[in-house]
Ligand binder design. Structure first.
Ligand SMILES: Nc1ncnc2c1ncn2[C@@H]1O[C@H](COP(=O)(O)OP(=O)(O)OP(=O)(O)O)[C@@H](O)[C@H]1O
Ligand SMILES: Nc1ncnc2c1ncn2[C@@H]1O[C@H](COP(=O)(O)OP(=O)(O)OP(=O)(O)O)[C@@H](O)[C@H]1O
Ligand SMILES: [Mg+2]
Ligand SMILES: [Mg+2]
Lengths: 256, 256
């Protein structure tokens, strides 16, 4: 099973939108996919129409209690081949609950062990921070996809994120590699967006995906209908570009 | 001194842009203003052209060590009457450093005590989470301004934020009140933006500021020039709207 984290501590760069639509697009290619919502905000959970506060069990239960496996908390979605491990605000308690637990960085990895047989790909939506939850995601992952908004503030935090990925790679998970950098909210008409795109390509080289995601209002509308954009408006630019991304990550391996 | 936190755990809703431009607009009305960057990302610090990693001292030093007062870490800005207490990634260490310190929620309040004489207003930029740093900001504040992007995900987290504000109000800071809800990234032409605006007004009533901030590329460009939009492009819609906000908060007290 390929495990892909969608991570960047910069808020609002398109992590949830990427996790939800990439997972749906991968399922539509025939893969069996599990989407894990590892953000206490529960936005990937909302995106499929679930009310985070009304769920009996979430990923939090499975992380805290090894006897509750992921199969017990998984919910279906309207996309064939895609299931969701939901979250809600209780997940934010993990940091304090597990403060003294030995090997707390490996909790998610242990959860995923029980899932390996039934799924091709696991996509993990992370919260806007480099805390114990995001650390768990990176420790469990084979790849990390970094969404970057084509704005000025987006450039600053990347060095910090790359350092964190290097540390995880050295100390916890030698398999972890950068799946790629995804440019989001791209606007062809503005200087700023073009400038930042150029700087990203200079800095990251061919780690930057060929596919870019343009600003597209249908991506922001889809969650209010409880669907990914892939099914909400399959002909929209947002759906087309995320299907393109699913194809691009399908076969390529990228080198630094 | 009036102390205003700009807080919302939703990432990318315009916290830093609001903190930077509101602080600059208030200073231009003749007030003496201090902007505190309480986000380890250091974006409010970047916004005024400082490189977070090259700073000798930041707000972190003053929070950790009571003998280092805020006056020691303050930097000037290009706006007359506005100074900045900068931050960088070291600030993210506060959570672990101070885990066992008694009354760790009051560290910022103690820092600000030494500052009271010289300033009219203090504006605090918060990170996208409800952690010990944001708690410190709320405990120290007289008002909290909540920027809300007019998108679907933005609605969900507000209940959580209001609950947190209520808890802070009851247990730590009876003066804390909601200064107002600021609608950001408003786009008059889209249904989504209009729908969310209506829902916000239904839910919050007159807590929603009359002033709304439209999507305006000059707001996103200004940080790359190391300036607030107020001085980068004073005639832009973004600058006009933030000056309008400064006037609106100048005299009104809002009731729930
Ligand atoms: N390409 C796009 N075009 C237009 N709107 C978008 C696009 N991508 C995301 N959005 C919208 O922008 C907002 C921010 O995106 P999203 O919530 O996915 O970011 P995030 O990184 O997950 O945020 P957080 O840091 O809070 O987790 C959302 O309201 C989303 O619907
Ligand atoms: N009204 C606006 N119009 C256009 N761009 C904007 C506007 N407000 C903010 N921006 C840009 O959108 C991005 C997100 O805004 P900002 O960084 O201020 O949000 P934030 O809430 O502080 O994010 P974080 O959660 O990471 O702290 C930034 O690149 C900023 O320059
Ligand atoms: Mg998200
Ligand atoms: Mg910010």
């Amino acid at each position: 099973m390929r495990i892909i984290s969608i991570a960047n501590q910069k808020g609002g760069c398109g992590k949830t939108t990427t996790a939800v639509n990439l997972a749906a697009a991968l399922a539509q290619t025939g893969q069996k996919v599990v989407l894990i919502d590892l953000d206490p905000q529960g936005h990937a959970t909302l995106a499929f129409g679930y009310a985070p506060d009304h769920l009996e069990q979430t990923i939090y239960d499975s992380l805290r209690n090894p006897r509750i496996c992921l199969y017990d908390v998984i919910q279906s979605t309207n996309v064939k081949g895609l299931v969701l491990a939901p979250s809600n605000i209780l997940l934010s308690g993990l940091e304090t609950d597990m403060a003294f637990v030995h090997e707390r960085e490996f909790l998610l990895l242990q959860c995923l062990r029980s899932l390996r047989r039934g799924y091709d790909t696991c996509v993990i939506d992370c919260s806007p921070s480099l805390n114990i939850l995001t650390l768990n995601a990176l420790v469990a992952s084979s790849d990390v996809i970094i969404p970057v908004q084509t704005h000025y503030y987006a450039l600053e935090g990347l060095r910090q994120l790359l350092e964190t990925i290097d540390v995880v790679n050295e100390r916890f998970n030698p398999q972890l590699r950068i799946g790629g950098v995804l440019l989001t909210f791209v606007e062809d008409r503005t200087h700023l967006s073009r400038d930042v795109q150029r700087q990203m390509k200079d800095f990251f080289g061919n780690l930057v995906f060929q596919t870019v995601i343009h600003r597209n209002i249908r991506l922001a509308e889809a969650p209010s209908a409880g669907q990914s954009c892939i099914t909400y408006d399959p002909g929209s630019k947002g759906a087309i570009e995320y299907r393109q991304l699913a194809r691009e990550i399908g076969y390529e391996t990228r080198t630094r």
